[in-house]
Design a protein around this ligand. Structure first.
Ligand code: TRP
Length: 342
């Protein structure tokens, strides 16, 4: 019997930060360790989604590969036989199914998508039809592989719901065409996300560390040199209270540093806190975190450098071949249902 599928897509636009690494890459690797064997895991880069808003096209191909290398350097086992790592645009069925789904999706329901409203306001002089249509391509990404579990952040819940609506609507009209992915409530239950783990901006610790921020000092990029990272930590915004506490409410900057230190040195938070709470100087804490971040980066970058394009491409080609077969099966089922094929 074939296994149920867990599927997720990770955009490769900006340089990932330490926040992405700890908040997204590491959980993905843990998920693979926990579920591979029991489930099939599809991890893909939605490269066609990358230019719904303007980008530097000359960097797209390389960035896609680089992002996949990041996952492997973070510990994802690319050779696991139940894990498939692939690029969306290398499987043409994504684009073909999108068009068919488009014709069963209403303009009205798409106009309600919050992310579209926000992003189109942000890029108001340049709103593409692709940006509007983004969720339908995402629905195709999911439905082609009969995925039941789609672990995504809250900002994607509405897109998952529209995927369920499109699938249910077409199933009602044509019979059992698609596996309807579980509701967002069930997804959250399935992948019990560690809600506590949200790395904060180094310059405004009330906000999360964001890869799209223009403020370089607010974030540690995974390609920062250890020296750059050290400096950013040393100049991180803290507070003027003058005593170390683990308190997200009143001392988010200091608390962010304590959290980073525990994670990067792989020690329980309580143990790290016991060592620092009550101290009245911030300098030594910053120094300890700076060292931890610098040594994390040099190890990570060494692992990254050891992965060659050739190795990665071999893995991708194997997955893309296998996933093309699955995707084409679904596409043919849909083509038959809508009258394009016998
Ligand atoms: N829209 C997702 C994001 O921005 C990425 C994505 C595209 C995705 N297709 C997907 C995620 C399918 C899960 C499943 O994060």
């Amino acid at each position: 019997m074939s296994k149920e599928t867990i599927l997720t897509g990770v955009r490769a636009n900006e340089e990932p930060t330490l926040g992405n690494y700890l908040g997204a890459f590491v959980p993905m690797v843990q998920m693979q360790k926990k579920y591979a064997g029991e489930y099939q895991i599809n991890m893909f880069v939605p490269d066609l989604h990358s230019f719904t808003t303007p980008i530097d096209h000359s960097a797209l191909y390389a960035n896609t590969l680089k992002n996949l290398k990041y996952f492997i350097a973070a510990g994802l086992d690319a050779r696991d036989e139940n894990t498939f790592i692939y690029r969306q645009s290398f499987i043409p069925a994504h684009s073909e199914l999108t068009w068919i789904l488009d014709c069963f999706t209403s303009f009205g329901e798409m106009s309600r998508m919050t992310q579209f409203k926000e992003k189109s306001a942000e890029h108001s002089s340049n709103v593409s039809v692709g940006l509007f249509n983004y969720p339908v391509l995402m629905a195709a990404d999911i439905l082609l592989y009969n995925a039941r579990y789609v672990p995504v952040g809250e900002d994607q819940f509405q897109h998952l719901e529209i995927t369920r609506d499109i699938a249910t609507r077409m199933n009602n009209k044509f019979g059992e065409l698609f596996t309807v992915p579980d509701s967002t409530a069930k997804q959250t239950e399935f992948i019990k996300r560690d809600k506590g783990l949200r790395i904060r901006s180094l310059t405004n610790p009330n906000k999360k560390m964001s890869k799209s921020s223009d403020d370089q000092k607010s974030k540690i990029n995974l390609n920062d040199t250890p020296e750059q990272a050290r400096k950013k930590i040393m100049s991180a915004t803290t507070d003027s209270l003058g005593v170390i506490n683990f308190d997200w409410e009143n001392q988010p900057g200091i608390t962010n540093l304590l959290q980073l230190l525990a994670i990067l040195t792989d020690r329980p938070q309580e143990e790290v806190n016991a060592e620092w709470i009550g101290q009245t100087q911030y300098g030594p804490l910053k120094k300890a975190v700076a060292e931890a971040v610098a040594s994390f980066l040099s190890n990570f970058q060494a692992r990254l450098d050891a992965i060659t394009d050739d190795d990665l491409l071999k893995v991708l080609e194997r997955s893309e071949r296998a996933m093309t077969i699955v995707a084409n099966e679904t596409l043919l089922r849909v083509q038959k249902a809508v009258g394009l094929r016998r």
